[in-house]
Every structure is written in structure tokens, then in C-alpha cells.
Design a protein around this ligand. Structure first.
Ligand SMILES: *Cc1c(COP(=O)(O)O)cnc(C)c1O
Length: 374
């Protein structure tokens, strides 16, 4: 048997080395280097936004976005329960209340038909998180935001190169964020980006990123910020990766379609839709959910696949079931059945950009074997 198939391997064989060498040769390695601005401008152009602010990771991008848009004590923010913990941190730290929405059973994104019932006079924003490969159905969300005067914070970490009805993901929020963690479509090792069309919001984010130093009186602060700066080295990687985004999205789509064809016939598996009328899946990861009739859960399936040399990851664990949040007294008595089910019965298989066709064949073979065994 060949070696372990890792769940993610990035592709770094474009201009990455060349640009990194430029950083070393010129001595520009900090956040003051020229690649930062170049990366920000190229990225903003790519998602059709006026401003982009590069930061040190996608979680930091969300923290700064939530702070910049003015979420504070007493505010409510509507968000999916099925997401990564990064989305909720700053909402809670700011003294605001996260208000959760269950998932759509088909796309695993926030069920947009359940948002309106959660809106109260305290609701300040809707945080939209595009999950795994398909965007959230944005039209109903945009209509609600308009009707009730709500801000939209858009987490597009998993949506590099994706569009909703032809418009780039990351262009829908009053403020939108991305991550460049190595398992995203493009990576900087660690990194993130905030994008917006609002010059004031962009300026606030730039200030928050840099400890709210002031241009005139540098060490006199009017606001508490963070050090969220991205380095020139990271931006160099990002620029090289961005040049290949279309190619990477194409690879991911082909991978998703191949997996779908090969696994469609395997009984007991619910796969992601290849497309919706508003978008074609870009397969950030290739996820699957064990149907009700399957007598074991995702943990067992992942254990069996691991023994067979196939890397997997579990799905997100819902926010309302997070011990850390329950201990704070949040979400007590709340239940979101779709998210609870997919969290327990969902997992994803190797889907990194460097995955070979041979590796995929092996993954498919092992997944089918696990499903047959029952
Ligand atoms: C990866 C991810 C993040 C966090 O990004 P980091 O760069 O790892 O901090 C946030 N939101 C979503 C939806 C993600 O997939």
C-alpha cells in the first residue's frame, strides 16, 4: 500500500520562490514591505472592492471587521451555528449577543429562511459565512438587511474565486473577510484580508491592525487595537498564489466533480451539490454526510479511513454545543437539529490542490469499502 494520503497539500510552484527571494534580497521582510500594498490592491481588484487590508490570519480579519463595524455591548448579531469558532469570538468579547440560525440540509450553509424570525430591535448585523464550497443564498439576506437596516459581515474565507449569481464572494458584505491558511484556495502560510468599499471602515481596519498608533502622536492611543500586521514575506506568497487563483479553482472543481462521479453510487452518503442555480461548487473541501440509515457516525468512518491511510477531518462543531460558550451561559436550551446531525455525521476527505488522480482513486476505493462494511 502506498503512503498516507494527507487531507491537504498546497501547491507552491508558481512565482512564490521568486517573490520570496526578492524579499530576502531587498531586506524587506516586515509589514512595511512593498508586496503588502501590491497584494492588497490586486486582491481588492479581484473581488471588485475598493479597499483591502491585509492581516495576519482570517480570525484576526473577523475580529477587526466586527470591531470596525461597531458591534458592541447590547447588540445582537445573527450568524450560523454551523461554522468555525473564529466567527463568534469578537462578538462575545465585545459584549454583544450572537443569535444562531440552523443550517440548510442540502448546502449546509445558514438556512436563510430562518433569519427573519431572529431579528429584534437589537439586531445590528447578519454575519454570513459561506461554507465548504457553495455560497450562502445571498438575495434573501440582502433583502432582509435592506428591510431592517442591518449591516452584513461576510466571511468568505472558503470562497476565493467563487461567485454568487456572477458576483464575487467577498463583495456582498459591508465588510468581508478572507483567510489564507494553507488549506484555503490560496495561501500565505498564515494570513487574512478584510475588504470593503467604505473608506472609513478601511481606515479603521488599518488602524486596528496597527495597534491604533496615531500618525502625529504615535504612542498616544484613542482606541485599543491589535497587532494584526501581515509580513511582506506572506504578501509575496499571496501575490504569487493570487496569480493562479483561476487555475486553482478549476483544479478544485475538477476534483469535486471526479469525487462526485465516483462516490455518487456509494449508498449511505450525502454529497455536496455540484451546483445550485446561483453558483457552481468550488469544493473548498469535499465533504459528505452519512445518511440516517448508516449504522455508524463520522467518528467511526474517520477512524476506519485513518487506519486505511486516508486523512480526514470532521465537520465544524455547532456554536450552540461548544462547551466554552455553554459555560458562559450562552444558548442554553437551544437546539438546531440540522447542524447537530451534520456535525456528527459529516466529515471531509483529502482535497488539497496537490492531490493526484491516483491518490483520489485510492481515497474513493477506501471510502467505498468503509460504506460497504456497514
Ligand atoms: C479558515 C476559516 C477561518 C479562519 O481563518 P484562519 O486564517 O485560520 O484564522 C474563518 N472562517 C472560515 C469560514 C474559515 O474557513
Amino acid at each position: 500500500m502506498s503512503s498516507f494520503v494527507p487531507v491537504n497539500d498546497p501547491l507552491l510552484n508558481g512565482n512564490e520562490k521568486k517573490y520570496l527571494n526578492e524579499c530576502i534580497d531587498t531586506g524587506w521582510i516586515s509589514s512595511e514591505g512593498p508586496f503588502i500594498k501590491q497584494f492588497e490592491e490586486a486582491f481588492a481588484a479581484r473581488v471588485g472592492r475598493k479597499h483591502a487590508v491585509a492581516v495576519c490570519n482570517g480570525t484576526a480579519a473577523l475580529d477587526a471587521a466586527v470591531e470596525a463595524i461597531g458591534i458592541g455591548a447590547g447588540d445582537e448579531v445573527i450568524m450560523p451555528t454551523f461554522t468555525i469558532i473564529s466567527c463568534i469570538g469578537q462578538i462575545i468579547r465585545a459584549g454583544a449577543t450572537p443569535v444562531l440560525v440552523d443550517s440548510d440540509p442540502l448546502t449546509w450553509n445558514m438556512d436563510v429562511s430562518r433569519i427573519e424570525e431572529k431579528i429584534t430591535p437589537r439586531t445590528k448585523a447578519i454575519m454570513v459565512v459561506h461554507i465548504y464550497g457553495l455560497p450562502v443564498d445571498m438575495d434573501p439576506v440582502l433583502a432582509l438587511a435592506k428591510k431592517y437596516g442591518l449591516k452584513i459581515i461576510e466571511d468568505a474565507a472558503e470562497m476565493h474565486g467563487q461567485t454568487y449569481r456572477g458576483k464575487p464572494c467577498g463583495s456582498f458584505g459591508d465588510i468581508s473577510t478572507f483567510s489564507f491558511y494553507p488549506n484555503k484556495h490560496i495561501t500565505t502560510g498564515e494570513g487574512g484580508m478584510i475588504v470593503t468599499d467604505d473608506p472609513e471602515l478601511a481606515e479603521t481596519c488599518r488602524s486596528l491592525r496597527n495597534l491604533c498608533f496615531q500618525p502625529q502622536k504615535r504612542f498616544v492611543h484613542e482606541r485599543l487595537g491589535w497587532n494584526l500586521r501581515m509580513t511582506n514575506l506572506q504578501a509575496a506568497l499571496g501575490l504569487a498564489q493570487l496569480e493562479r487563483l483561476d487555475e486553482f479553482v478549476k483544479i478544485k472543481r475538477e476534483m469535486g466533480q471526479r469525487y462526485t462521479e465516483k462516490l455518487m453510487g456509494a449508498s449511505g452518503l450525502q454529497l455536496m451539490p455540484v451546483k445550485m442555480d446561483y453558483a457552481e461548487n468550488i469544493y473548498w473541501v469535499f465533504g459528505m454526510v452519512l445518511k440516517d440509515e448508516v449504522p455508524f457516525d463520522a467518528e467511526e468512518a474517520m477512524k476506519r479511513l485513518g487506519s486505511a491511510g486516508v486523512g480526514t477531518r470532521p465537520f465544524f462543531w455547532p456554536m450552540h454545543e461548544q462547551p466554552v460558550l455553554r459555560k458562559m451561559g450562552l444558548f442554553s436550551g437551544e437546539s438546531y437539529p440540522v447542524a447537530e446531525t451534520i456535525a456528527r455525521r459529516g466529515f471531509y476527505i483529502p482535497s488539497g490542490l496537490a492531490l493526484t488522480v491516483e491518490q483520489m482513486e485510492r481515497v474513493v476505493f477506501e471510502v467505498r469499502k468503509v460504506m460497504v462494511k456497514g
